[in-house]
Design a protein around this ligand. Structure first.
Ligand SMILES: [Zn+2]
Length: 111
């Protein structure tokens, strides 16, 4: 496994043989970087894909909400309206679940 470095100022992580001269995000000097332990690095790598999936799911759920609101506004007939209303509610739940999951990952170093 490659070395993984984390900026203690802003949390930016990056791979490399050594820490960068300055943090690409906040500009902090090399001394502010610490090498993550193998266990901490594994959490970061394991969460790369799942965090991206949750972010994409949250975006799709937001689109679902947006589409549903258009259908609700048109209000073609009661059956049609009911589908859009349930889709809007489901989209909200999915979006918030994914956001909460990402927040949980971050709080456990899975970022
Ligand atoms: Zn930084």
């Amino acid at each position: 496994m490659k070395k993984l470095w984390k900026c203690s100022v802003c949390g930016y992580t990056m791979e490399g043989a050594e820490a960068p001269e300055n943090c690409p995000k906040c500009g902090a000097p090399r001394e502010q970087f610490t090498e993550l332990s193998e266990e901490a690095a594994k959490k970061v790598y394991d969460s790369y894909v799942t965090n991206d999936l949750h972010m994409e799911l949250a975006v799709l759920a937001e689109k679902m909400i947006h589409l549903s609101r258009k259908g609700i506004e048109i209000n073609l007939d009661p059956a049609c309206l009911a589908i859009f209303q349930s889709a809007e509610a489901a989209g909200y739940v999915i979006k918030e679940k994914s956001k909460a999951e990402i927040a949980g990952h971050i709080s456990k170093g899975k970022w």
